[in-house]
Design a protein around this ligand. Sequence first.
Ligand code: ZN
Length: 325
Amino acid sequence: MKLEMPGLFDLQVNGFAGIDFNGPDLTADRVDEALERMRATGVTRCLPTLITSSFEQFARSARVLARMSSAAIAGIHMEGPYLSPEDGARGAHPREHVARAASLDDFSRRQDAAGGRIVLVTLAPEVPGAVTLIEHLVASGVRAAIGHTTATPQQIGDAVAAGATLATHLGNGCAQMLPRHPNVIWELLAADAVFASLIVDGHHLPPATVKAMVRAKGPGRTILVTDAIAAAGRGPGRYAIGAVDCEQHEDGRVSLPGTPYLAGSGVTLDRAIANTVRFTGLPVDRVVAMASTIPASYLGATTAGTVTADWDAEAGELQVLRVHV
Ligand SMILES: [Zn+2]
């Protein structure tokens, strides 16, 4: 079946096709190359995502991105450094650079380095100063997202009351072992003001979890992200996200070598759409919205261009044929 869809919009992408947005060698040409490769998968707009690192490294990548005029860059997603320092919840974020407190001054320095282009910040509500920072972000038009957290229900409630509106890659970036209830997943699922982003690469979340989460949030408040690293669009092997080494396995899973911890993904957004249709049974156009118009309107932005694709309902496969920008 032929599908005409809006250009896809990825709120969380750390790198693509061998290019690491967090790497010390990032250049505008390399970013353009990554954007072009992403476009072939239907993604016409995205938020390059900068994870926890030294301020110098953050500022270096942020300046490269800030100078670019490409409409494909809808802003910068800053994930960290105000995150849980705990193993598991921290994910691939290097502990040495995780901040002990969220501070307005620190954020302002980062936003200055980024030329004001940070539009989304993922942070953990339990980090001292996080709630005050959320209020400041929201007042200045920056979206605040909850992630990489061990927050209590009260702390999550406080963050939501302060204006946090997204659960970043819900079901990941939390402890490997959780009490059955209450826990961060149930609290964020139940918070009606909060959208959820999901990494549907077949590794971060089992199919039943994806189905149950989409049912609980509703397709209108679910956003598909890739959380892709440089491994996306490439084969198995060793890759880097900033100073962190990662490995893409034969089955496509990306992890910190020798640990159970996932470290971003190798999935592309077109494949995430196909996976989500298979896992949830939702019509393909509802799922396409979760990767295009819904993330765009969440940010107060628009999608760009259109994508012609072939949807094979029997096989559950989506093939991008043409992208018009
Ligand atoms: Zn993350």
